[in-house]
Design a protein around this ligand. Structure first.
Ligand code: HEM
Length: 368
């Protein structure tokens, strides 16, 4: 039952932090045009997150005052910190003219461009603020979002927009065994893991306003067509990803961590790892060296209105320029054989400001 510190001098927790087992992700709409309301919200959120990350309540559960309403809802009592991190993101609308914060806009923050295979449902799209709560206990993650949504309502600054609860992290951090996504494949084998790569591809450093370690967070709700996938031959599934299902090895290797050989051809001259496979299209070798940090989770919502399993991947990536995500999704959206089995139904983008130092709060730089 570990504790991940909230305050610090680097990037916010929940980015470089090895992925915990559960996530509760939620986006919010601003319900105010007064920057003071947003300031109060970010200050109260930060203080509450710092408490919860220590496994403490954010206020009285049983108020001393007779007939008082509890400040903390109480369901995480006795569960400990459970590695809780809550990562706060600011959407493009925060920096629009109406709040008067336009001068603080992070260099590359903007709506994502329209990409091939976007099939968004408005109810899973956008948001002006995001909270990514990850923990090794689902109830700890739930409690964090619940009590932070309560604070949002209380300040009158923001209201809930869309949410996904996920499990079984579908990405690996440093020294973690690679978990599997709901299509049965190991996910996260070639993810960003080295500190140099975090510096090069994840953290912003030269943003004129924010200076320190920020990052752009892209969230995509990707539905999987599970029933179709489950009747596809496994040999074909291996060609979809370019990897073997059980071992996770590239089709040109035998071990999970063998480097894929994208140029290798068979006797007929066909690429052993098909050009239209997911890894061939996404690999840095075939994208001018670009890498992104994937920090995704599986989700399920039971069954849909016609009885099909409703499940997929809450894809979350971090990069120091949203154009890097766009570049990869441009290629995947156009040609990836995986597209037959998935639909991107939700999307949002946020800037994750640097972690606050003790006694400060997230985004404090914006308010002068
Ligand atoms: C690799 C699954 C969506 C980017 C992989 C791998 C799997 C996988 C199984 C191979 C193991 C690994 O190296 O991690 C999925 C599934 C998706 C999905 C099931 C959707 C439901 C995306 C999206 C992007 C992306 C939207 C980015 C736009 C990558 C990258 C790699 C990768 C960069 C590493 C390729 C390499 O260097 O070999 N994915 N992925 N994936 N995926 Fe995805």
């Amino acid at each position: 039952n570990m504790e991940v510190p909230f305050y610090g001098s680097g990037g916010q927790a929940g980015v470089e932090t090895p992925p915990q087992r559960y996530i509760h992700f939620m986006t919010f709409d601003l319900t105010t045009v007064n920057p003071r309301d947003l300031q109060v919200l970010l200050a109260r959120w930060s203080a509450a997150i710092a408490q919860m990350a220590k496994g403490e309540t954010i206020g009285q559960v049983e108020p001393a005052r007779e007939h008082g309403i509890g400040f903390d809802t109480g369901e995480a009592l006795d569960l400990g910190p459970a590695s809780l991190t809550v990562t706060v993101g600011l959407g493009p609308e925060v920096f629009s003219e109406r709040l008067g914060l336009a001068a603080m806009k992070p260099q590359f923050l903007r709506e994502l461009e329209h990409l091939p295979s976007d099939a968004f449902l408005p109810q899973f799209t956008g948001g002006d603020l995001s909270l990514q709560a990850c923990a090794d206990d689902p109830q700890v993650a739930y409690h964090a979002i619940r009590d932070l949504a309560r604070i949002a309502k209380d300040t009158g600054a923001a209201s809930t927009r869309w949410t996904v609860m996920g499990f079984g992290r579908a990405s690996a951090g440093r020294n973690q065994a690679t978990p599997r996504n709901l299509l049965g494949y190991k996910d996260g084998t070639r993810n960003i893991a080295e500190p140099e790569d975090f510096d090069r591809f994840v953290w912003t450093r030269d943003d004129p306003v924010w200076g320190g370690m920020g990052s752009y967070q892209v969230a995509r709700k990707i539905k999987m067509h599970i029933e179709n996938w489950d009747v596809d031959r496994v040999s074909d599934q291996n060609n979809v990803f370019g990897r073997f299902k059980v071992s996770g090895a590239p089709l040109t290797g035998t071990d999970e961590f063998d480097t894929p050989d994208f140029g290798k051809t068979d006797a007929e001259g066909n690429h052993v790892i098909p050009r239209t496979s997911h890894i061939s299209l996404a690999a840095h070798e075939n994208n001018d060296g670009i890498k992104i940090l994937r920090r995704s989770y599986n989700y399920t919502e039971g069954i849909n209105e016609v009885g099909l399993l409703s499940a997929g991947l809450l894809f979350i990536s971090y990069q120091n320029d949203p154009a890097h995500f766009e570049r990869l999704q441009q290629r995947l959206g156009a040609a990836d054989r995986l597209n037959e089995y998935i639909s991107h139904i939700g999307s949002a983008i946020f800037f994750v400001p640097p972690a606050p130092e003790e006694g400060h709060y997230i985004g404090q730089q914006m308010f002068g």
